[in-house]
Design a protein around this ligand. Structure first.
Ligand SMILES: Cc1cc2nc3c(=O)[nH]c(=O)nc-3n(C[C@H](O)[C@H](O)[C@H](O)COP(=O)(O)OP(=O)(O)OC[C@H]3O[C@@H](n4cnc5c(N)ncnc54)[C@H](O)[C@@H]3O)c2cc1C
Length: 520
């Protein structure tokens, strides 16, 4: 195995080429960094697929504290209000930074930003590019900036397979591709590996989004938190594709309604109807499908023939499937979309392991609580990428020791895990299914096979979901259908010292802290 000795050897290693990784690398320039992405930049990153846009309080009727209040309300009791205030306050600067780099956000004839509305936002505050092409546009600009920055050593096509740790914390990254492997010694490593929707049978996420960074962090001894909270998007295009194309919430923001095969609207009378929080809409859609109906999103009247103008990318995906959204309702169903949980990080993105930072979807800052407010994740990835860069720049790295030999694990294969995860951890969960999943995942997670890392992530989700005997946000237990004040706290999870099971406890600092070991 090669030990990397470029000019940048020993410098910070950033794992992940999505928005969080690119922002971190650019913000650290001109300091040398290695940026490792398992696929070419802009491919396989959820960031490039984002449609709705970036939430930021930019309207004349809006303020960061209103944005933060909506974030706290959507998160169902588990959002850290300080984090929400800080990230919402950084919205305008983040949009300005991206515009300075060349991102052309949509503006009206008077030059004002055009602001979209999404579920559970009290104001129009979704800043977008080319209607529904926000993520692709941002990623094009930032990927070009990364390639033009000499201090960034970009390694595409190698994936991180293990984090090396010693008694001083992180010591490097073991990475491999289809036919080569290398060791990157470093005392400063950033995980920016994105989400885990690819562990589910129905998902909007890129296929490589299997929560690999969570497995790397957990096996290195870092704490994970909020693992049970998965956001299911209510309106993925239901035409048999995997992953499922997304029909953005912004379509409902423009007035499209959910109907069934008889043309009946079934969300009326439920709070803000189609613009209720995502978990509420996803459950209603899932229940309607379970009752034998088809569910369709009807934009005919709301967009009056302008669908392709406002949502060109979604219109194209519909047309590929033979659907004309100006004339026909769009078939939809819920799909795993966003993971609120992740590597437990502090205000500057530091994990519980010395030298390991995390940002973007793989991290859990406390912004999203039990349920993410739409379009807050691009904002969080950009804000925290910059915050992590500042934290690294202000931290002195411990000296490196010669690398020790390490065993290279096989490339992760999530397929054996997908059916288990889909059956037990979907929109509705119950004790029996979760217990079965834990029992089946335990030997896979702590075995040596290619599904070990995906199984470990799934085991952490199932363990946390089994422990949380209530329903809140993205976690719905049929056997405990109400929220419970006894559960108004976050749960942290860690692989035990023997490396043979996951231990779950109330996040430190909470009076209800009680250890719970499952799957011995
Ligand atoms: C279809 C869709 C639409 C969305 N729309 C919006 C929206 O409008 N607004 C919004 O705020 N959010 C949206 N989201 C969510 C948002 O896109 C993500 O949360 C965000 O982009 C995550 O950014 P990230 O940098 O953390 O991860 P990603 O952009 O997913 O990037 C992860 C990177 O890590 C790499 N990687 C993973 N594992 C490894 C490894 N082991 N070694 C090396 N590299 C690795 C991947 O290849 C990729 O480059 C959407 C998500 C989807 C799927």
């Amino acid at each position: 195995m090669d030990i990397m000795r470029p000019a940048s050897a020993g410098c910070p290693v950033i794992i992940g080429g999505g928005l969080a990784g690119l922002v971190t690398a650019l913000a650290l320039a001109p300091r040398p960094v290695i940026l490792l992405a398992k696929a070419p930049l802009t491919e396989a990153a959820a960031s490039a697929w984002a449609q709705g846009g970036v939430a930021a309080a930019m309207g004349e009727d809006d303020r960061p504290d209103l944005h933060a209040a909506d974030t706290v309300a959507a998160g169902d009791g588990l959002v850290d209000p300080d984090v929400a205030a800080r990230i919402a306050a950084a919205g305008a600067d983040t949009i300005a930074d991206l515009e300075r780099r060349g991102v052309a956000f949509d503006r009206d004839a008077a030059g004002c930003l055009m602001l979209g509305l999404e579920a559970a936002h009290g104001r129009r505050r979704i800043v977008h590019v080319a209607g529904d092409g926000t993520g692709a546009a941002i990623m094009r600009v930032l990927a070009a900036a990364v390639r033009a920055t000499p201090s960034i050593t970009l390694i595409e096509g190698l994936e991180a397979r293990r984090l090396l740790v010693d008694d001083r914390g992180v010591a490097g990254v073991l990475a491999a591709g289809p036919c080569n492997a290398c060791l990157l010694p470093s005392r400063q490593v950033v995980l920016a590996t994105g989400g885990l929707g690819g562990l589910f049978g129905h998902t909007t996420n890129p296929p490589g989004a299997i929560g690999h960074g969570l497995a790397l962090a957990a096996r290195a001894g870092a704490a994970l938190v909020d693992m049970e909270f998965v956001q299911f998007h209510p309106t993925a295009l239901d035409v048999g594709l995997d992953p499922m194309p997304l029909v953005s919430e912004a379509v409902r923001g423009e007035g499209a309604v959910l109907i069934d095969e008889s043309g009946t609207r079934f969300m009326t009378g439920r709070g803000r109807a189609e613009l209720a929080p995502r978990d509420v809409v996803a459950r209603a859609v899932a229940a309607h499908i379970a009752a034998g109906h088809r569910v369709l999103l009807d934009a005919r009247e709301a967009l009056g023939g302008r669908f392709a103008v406002r949502f060109p990318a979604i219109a194209a995906r519909c047309r590929e499937a033979g659907i004309d959204p100006d004339r026909q309702p769009i078939p939809v169903r819920p799909a795993a979309h966003y993971h609120m949980g992740g590597v437990r990080v502090d205000a500057v993105g530091r994990s519980t392991i010395e030298g390991l930072w995390a940002c973007g979807e793989v991290a859990s800052t406390g912004l999203h609580g039990a349920n993410r407010l739409a379009s807050n994740s691009l904002l969080e990835a950009a804000v925290m990428g910059k915050t992590v860069a500042t934290s690294i720049a202000g931290t002195e790295a411990a000296s490196l020791r010669p690398a020790r030999p390490a065993v290279l694990p096989p490339a992760p294969d999530a397929h054996p895990v997908r059916a288990l995860v889909s059956a037990a951890l979907g929109v509705e969960r119950r004790r029996g299914g979760l217990e079965q999943a834990v029992a089946q995942l335990q030997p896979l997670a702590f075995g040596a096979g290619p599904s070990a890392d995906p199984a470990l992530v799934a085991l952490a989700m199932a363990t946390a979901a089994l422990a949380r005997e209530e329903s809140r946000g993205g976690h719905w237990r049929c056997d405990f259908p109400r929220p419970s004040t006894a559960w108004a706290h976050r749960q942290a999870l860690q692989v035990d010292e023997a490396g043979s099971r996951i231990v779950c406890r109330a996040a430190p600092g909470h009076p209800a802290s009680r250890p719970l070991a499952i799957g011995a």
